[in-house]
Design a protein around this ligand. Structure first.
Ligand code: FE2
Ligand code: FE2
Length: 465
């Protein structure tokens, strides 16, 4: 029988097609978790996988794929496999599994059915359901707020460990021990989500804190991607990403402290700028010598590479193909943290403004898919954003909005329309309170006393009835 070959996206898969190759895999195939390895090996027996190795790509039998490998494609899929022939519902489960584009063959005479109907929009909640949801949101917010203080302490503690790690590096001794024990504490406390909020409320002017904030935001973003695609964010993966984040700027241990801590803005062609930019290459070298995983090394090496590699801000010189998806996500996170962290020569931004800016930089700097994933993870109005509502009240976001209604987060009112701080606070779920809208983002550093961390204190002391 004559077969007609074509390339299709997951949405274009139709019953009757036969999958020959998977040519686009979602981001989480960049560092495979053991369960995904098992899934690939039991469903694609006989196929080959294109795996990224230190020196380029290699095609290996699927049985040789190992956890934390970076799989770019699955080829030579035997047509006898159950998964090879598209049947109703397979496209949806393929998408859920992170398979995004395919080479298929269409047997002659097979009539391709139309795609399955998209899901209907969610039904509007009735009064009772809305009330139940409100109670749930309040409970959730209380639990979150309870973690703020520990989160703030963990952040300081972890910053000290990163500082130790860099100081040890200055004296020529590198070990992941400090990073590993800091990561173990964070995982045990389960405070990374709250640490994200602390980062946006307090800012920071230190390299160490930058590494800690960047790594928790990065790990959370990666975990969100996994969860969205119906997978589990295992402790092993979270640990791996936290360590990658902690160490992404480890090469700064080779940059003299005077340069690192200088308040000066160095000229693009200055010796100082060159030394600063070399932190990526130093970092990769240090981590290779330590025997770190190649994906973690890739993060340290290429987190400053922009999609448009010709930009001055892009370094080192390398093809964008060498930059792993994990690193592309790290790159968005790194810029975000640099914006929300305080620097002596510039003001820090509130998270919602930083998100606006990332979206503006968009496609020239970032992989658009990673940018999209990132913004979905932190939210257009991240937790800790101070909003002026249409009621003229000021409210802090405590839960980000759903993807399809990004202007409808859950917030807690901290100041009434007269500008008075409240001692007991009310939670407003904008998904339910349809009449209330967001008027503007308020810069909490300007509105409250920055040096006393007043915004953090107000947020932390929210009292929900
Ligand atoms: Fe960096
Ligand atoms: Fe960085």
């Amino acid at each position: 029988m004559e077969h007609h070959q074509k390339t299709v996206t997951v949405q274009e898969l139709r019953s009757g097609m036969i999958i020959r190759e998977i040519i686009e895999l979602s981001f989480d195939y960049a560092t495979l978790d053991p369960k995904t390895v098992q899934f690939l090996q039991s469903n694609f027996k006989g196929a080959n996988a294109v795996v990224v190795k230190d020196a380029g790509r290699e095609s290996v039998p699927i049985g040789e794929v190992r956890p934390f490998d970076h799989v770019e494609a699955i080829t030579d899929i035997p047509s006898t496999l159950k998964i090879a022939t598209v049947v109703p519902g397979l496209a949806a489960s393929m998408e859920k599994r992170g398979f995004l584009a395919f080479k298929v063959s269409v047997p002659a005479g097979v009539k391709l059915e139309e795609a399955e109907a998209p899901q209907a929009p969610a039904v509007k909640l009735d009064k009772e359901a809305a009330k139940a949801q409100h109670v749930e949101r309040v409970t959730e917010a209380k639990e979150f707020l309870d973690k703020m203080e520990t989160a703030s302490e963990s952040r300081d503690e972890a910053s000290n460990r990163v500082k130790d790690m860099l100081d040890q590096g200055r004296s020529g001794k590198f070990s992941t021990q400090a990073a590993e024990s800091a990561v173990a504490d964070l995982i045990q406390e389960g405070t990374t989500a709250a640490m994200k909020a602390v980062a946006g409320l307090k800012g920071s002017d230190q390299t160490y804190t930058h590494c800690v904030d960047m790594s928790v935001i990065f790990q959370e973003a990666y975990a969100d991607i996994l969860i969205r695609s119906g997978k589990e964010a295992t402790e092993e993966v979270n640990r791996f990403n936290l360590i990658a984040g902690f160490m992404h700027d480890i090469g700064k241990s080779e940059v003299p402290k005077e340069i690192l801590e200088s308040t000066e803005r160095f000229a693009p062609d200055s010796k100082e700028m060159l030394m600063l930019r070399n932190h990526t290459t130093y970092g990769a070298k240090i981590m290779s010598e330590m025997g770190m995983h190649k994906a973690q090394i890739n993060v340290a090496h290429y987190h400053h590479v922009k999609k448009d590699t010709k930009l001055f801000t892009s370094y080192p010189e390398v093809s964008y193909d060498e930059v792993l998806p994990l690193t592309r996500l790290a790159s968005v996170t790194d810029v975000y943290q640099a914006l929300i962290g305080k620097r002596r020569y510039k003001r820090n931004w509130v998270p919602a403004k930083a998100v606006e800016y990332l979206l503006k930089l968009g496609d020239s700097e970032f992989d658009p898919r990673m940018l999209d994933h990132f913004v979905r993870s932190v939210g257009v109005y991240p937790v800790g954003t101070l909003l002026r509502l249409s009621t003229e009240e000021l409210a802090f976001v405590v839960r980000i909005a759903p993807d399809d209604r990004s202007d409808r987060p859950v917030a807690v009112v901290v100041e009434n329309a007269k500008g008075e701080l409240l001692t007991s606070n009310q939670l407003i779920d904008l998904m339910i309170e349809e009449d209330i809208s967001i008027k503007e983002i308020v810069d909490h550093y300007e509105h409250y006393n920055e040096t006393e961390n007043q915004s953090y204190e107000i947020f932390r002391s929210i009292k929900l009835g």
